[in-house]
Design a protein around this ligand. Structure first.
Ligand SMILES: [Zn+2]
Length: 328
């Protein structure tokens, strides 16, 4: 969808009340003096925005999922956009009707809560200097994750597989609401999740002033770049509601397998960007990339490849699928 702020010409500044102000583009078009005191304003609510002129009083709005109405069309035309382009955007917006219902439900169920979860009584925090914990520390370091960056736990006094696992507590607003166990033996399942519906791992990592949230499939992928993890290869309706609360651009980085490729369509449907960076063939997920290239280069490659263009994603996806099929 179009970016209104890059369409409106001139300098912009953000006010403390959340308006982005600039010289209004409307006034001259209906008998008022042109604005030179930055009295035009845009206010965002997720994908949607309102325009208001504090000089001549003109106002209009855009809602993703609805067509572009006459008043908003006028505004875009005053910014130099031609009517056919506006028509195309309008149709594009209408195709996102599903998002409309979704913002609707968001209003009705704005409070998302999770029940508190009790960690196993035997669980202890990993001690980075405790020689008995070395195996666990080594496992995390091998995955390029600092053992003291997150409250990883272990249960070395338990029997069987449970002595050989790392527990990652799931937190939400600094309360423990679930956990996953990563077993370090070679048996399946590798993970055992105790997760409430709609939960997204890494929500607490997202800082207030970040403009982007990177969404990945796995816990260790999220941990290695402070992203959010879905913990499976779909995005549930409830997870989308939670992510919407972040109110920022969402970039989904799917795993490089066939199911990961399916998530792309769902991401676009929700108005997210998708990123499929040009990583080496043996890189299967974000954690692999961080181990290979380092955290910052990985992040940069994700941002650079992020797109909402179906065609660009399709091209990358075809490339990866071909490679996967050749490899198998
Ligand atoms: Zn005006």
């Amino acid at each position: 969808m179009f970016d209104i702020l890059s369409i409106i010409p001139g300098k912009k500044k953000t006010t403390s009340s959340g308006w982005i102000s600039f010289n209004a583009v409307c006034c001259g078009h209906h008998g008022h003096k042109a604005d030179r005191r930055m009295r035009g304003g845009i206010k965002f609510d997720g994908n949607n925005w309102v325009y208001h002129c504090f000089n001549c009083g003109y106002s209009c709005a855009f809602t993703l999922g609805r067509s572009i109405n006459t008043k908003t069309t006028k505004l875009l035309q005053w910014c130099g956009i031609d009517p056919e382009q506006i028509q195309r955007w309008s149709l594009e917006s209408l195709q996102r009707k599903d998002l409309l219902d979704f913002t609707h439900t968001r209003k009705h169920k704005s409070k998302i809560t999770f029940k508190e979860h009790n960690m196993p009584a035997e669980a202890v925090l990993i001690g980075t200097t405790n020689p008995e914990h070395q195996t666990y520390v080594d496992y995390l370091l091998k995955r390029n994750i600092k053992p003291d960056e997150y409250p990883f736990m272990i249960t070395p006094t338990m029997r069987g597989r449970y002595r050989n696992r790392i527990i990652v507590p799931y937190t939400y607003k600094n309360k423990i609401v679930g956990q996953t166990s990563r077993f370090l033996d070679d048996l399946t399942p590798k993970y055992l999740n105790e997760q409430q519906p709609g939960y997204v791992f890494g929500f607490d990592f997202q800082k207030h002033d970040w403009q982007v949230c990177i969404v990945v499939e796995g816990i260790f992928d999220a941990l290695s770049i402070n992203g959010c993890a879905l913990t499976h290869n779909t995005i549930s309706e409830e997870q989308a509601l939670l992510l919407a609360q972040l109110n920022r651009r969402i970039i989904v980085v799917p795993d490089r397998d066939l199911t990961g490729m399916e998530i792309c369509d769902r991401a676009l449907e929700l108005g997210y960007s998708v990123s499929l960076p040009d990583w080496a063939p043996h890189i299967k997920d974000v954690n692999d990339a961080v181990i290979e290239y380092g955290r910052l280069p990985t992040l940069l490659s994700i941002l650079e490849a992020a797109t909402m263009s179906k065609i660009r994603i399709e091209i990358q996806r075809t490339k990866i699928v071909k490679r996967l099929q050749k490899g198998s």
